[in-house]
Design a protein around this ligand. Structure first.
Ligand SMILES: Cc1cc2nc3c(=O)[nH]c(=O)nc-3n(C[C@H](O)[C@H](O)[C@H](O)COP(=O)(O)OP(=O)(O)OC[C@H]3O[C@@H](n4cnc5c(N)ncnc54)[C@H](O)[C@@H]3O)c2cc1C
Length: 471
């Protein structure tokens, strides 16, 4: 969907928040941001948090002509979906892939402008000193025929992949999200997959998506992701994964995002008709219509203590290490994801980012992205790098991997909420009059889930005010 801000109704709101800009996208992104909150300023809705959920809420408020201000603690938009530019390399903060079949994303994002670059549909599994290809038969038929006899799984396993595909495609997304759930591992066993297929393919592949090597994540999420993978491509935007939130932010009205502004408290809504939030610097912002809390799960209880609104189970963690080397020292040319199917070592998955999109590195340089699951708190960054280099030397050869230079390590403590059953992936946004929650913990821990939750919060707000929701 492409949003137009040309609606005359926009212009009727507070001119300091609503100025239509005709700048280019990078200039206009800059202009979304306010540098300072004016003291005791009042706006329609205050959105706390500029991750995908908060930006989706802001997008829907824009199309519904409701004035708002997004208040973000950090120095940029995107929350967990950000890209750093380091010496000409695009370093996503953790390995992330954008699946084009995400249904909510299809409605909100301009895919063409993101210039998406595709991964190979399948993976290469490292096992017993060799690589084995697991290919999607509908996209890489010849490769999939060759992979029928590889040791990653049995012939039956490969047939079961086909029947799982048919099963998930026959269900609507709502049916999947509301289906009877179990853990992913139990479901895979119940479906008849062999232990070797689970250990060599599902554990590194879906474990890498859920940051959960035990595959305890709800089967509902497995089915949803499996369906999206069947229908769409795995991709990276040309300017990094952060281009996704940047695109949403660039379409918001001028001065509608306040960065570097941590909210420290929210007024009790039952006590006041005009909810207020307090910033770390002491400033007070007042909202006319309500507050949308779009922060990550661990932050929710800090801001609305005592309500016991969120799951207390520890979230999922991951580490991503980046290396660079000359392009000729990248051992393969294809845009494929490598999985560790050996059951040994600390690497879960890795890929050569510049093989997927050459824009991820400066000319002549390759970018290597390596992901681990968990935090390895007791291992220093230096030791971790050394272990990864040693392990991957076994995969690609000593002379290749020893030429790589370590660029940066990201330790991501809270990557995703824990989505082990029991789950409710359709939580109600309204907490009390004027306070609405959104974030991936309300739906599914995906880009799509975060976007859905932002829409649902705006729907709840408009419903309470007896206003229609315009998509
Ligand atoms: C490494 C990694 C890889 C991932 N890979 C994928 C993937 O491949 N595919 C996929 O679909 N999903 C993936 N995810 C999950 C996906 O990124 C998240 O589900 C989604 O981005 C969550 O968005 P959100 O808006 O709910 O939360 P967040 O992105 O966490 O946004 C919350 C925002 O609130 C701000 N905030 C917090 N407290 C305050 C405060 N007090 N005041 C003001 N602002 C505050 C934060 O700074 C942040 O910007 C991945 C996540 C990570 C970390």
């Amino acid at each position: 969907m492409s949003l137009t801000l040309s609606s005359a109704a926009h212009l009727s709101f507070s001119s300091s928040f609503y100025r239509i800009s005709l700048l280019s996208s990078s200039q206009s992104l800059h202009c979304r941001f306010k540098t300072k909150a004016s003291s005791s300023q009042k706006t329609g809705v205050i959105i706390i948090g500029a991750g995908l959920a908060g930006l989706a809420a802001a997008t829907h408020l824009t199309s519904n002509n409701i004035p708002f201000l997004v208040v973000e603690a950090s120095d940029g938009v995107g929350g967990r979906v950000r890209t750093d530019v380091v010496d000409g390399f695009l370093l996503d903060r953790g390995f992330q892939i954008f699946i084009t079949a995400y249904p909510e994303a299809q409605k909100l994002l301009d895919y063409e402008a993101l210039r998406l670059h595709k991964f190979y549909s399948g993976a290469r599994v490292y096992l017993d000193g060799q690589f084995h290809t697991v290919a999607d038969p509908l996209r890489h038929f010849a490769d999939s025929l060759k992979s029928l006899t590889n040791p990653v799984g049995s012939l039956l396993d490969k047939l079961l992949i086909g029947s799982t595909r048919i099963r998930v495609l026959s269900k609507s997304n709502d049916q999947i999200i509301n289906s009877t759930e179990t853990t992913t591992i139990d479901m895979l066993r119940d479906l008849g997959f062999s232990d070797s297929m689970i250990a060599r393919f599902f554990r590194p592949f879906f474990g890498g998506i859920f940051f959960d090597t035990q595959l305890e994540t709800t089967s509902r999420l497995f089915d949803f992701i499996f369906k999206c993978l069947a229908l769409g491509d795995n991709t990276l935007p040309e300017r990094g994964i952060g281009a996704i939130p940047n695109q949403l932010a660039a379409k918001l009205p001028s001065n509608s995002v306040l960065l570097n502004s941590r909210v420290v408290s929210i007024d009790s809504f039952s006590k006041t008709a005009s909810p207020r939030v307090k910033l770390e610097n002491g400033e007070i912002l007042q909202s006319e219509h309500g507050v949308i809390l779009a922060v990550e799960q661990p932050e929710v209880d800090k801001l609305i203590a005592g309500k016991n609104l969120v799951d207390k189970r520890p979230g999922r963690s991951t580490i991503c290490l980046y290396f660079t080397t000359d392009t000729q020292m990248i051992p393969v040319k294809d845009p494929v994801l490598f999985l560790n199917g050996s059951g040994k070592g600390i690497v879960n998955n890795m890929f050569f980012a510049t093989n997927v999109a050459s824009s991820y590195g400066p000319s002549g340089k390759g970018l290597v992205s390596v992901s681990l699951i968990g935090l390895y708190n007791d291992v220093s960054d230096g030791d971790l790098t050394a272990k990864v280099v040693e392990e991957l030397s076994g995969w690609f050869g000593d002379s290749v991997v020893r030429s790589w230079t370590h660029l940066r390590t990201y330790r991501i403590h809270f990557a995703q909420p824990n989505q082990r059953p029991p789950t409710d992936l359709m939580k109600e946004s309204g907490v009390e009059k004027g306070l609405y929650l959104c974030g991936d913990y309300m739906t599914s821990a995906t880009f799509d889930g975060a976007l859905v939750s932002g829409r649902k919060a705006v729907e709840a707000l408009l419903r309470e005010r007896q206003l229609p929701f315009i998509y």
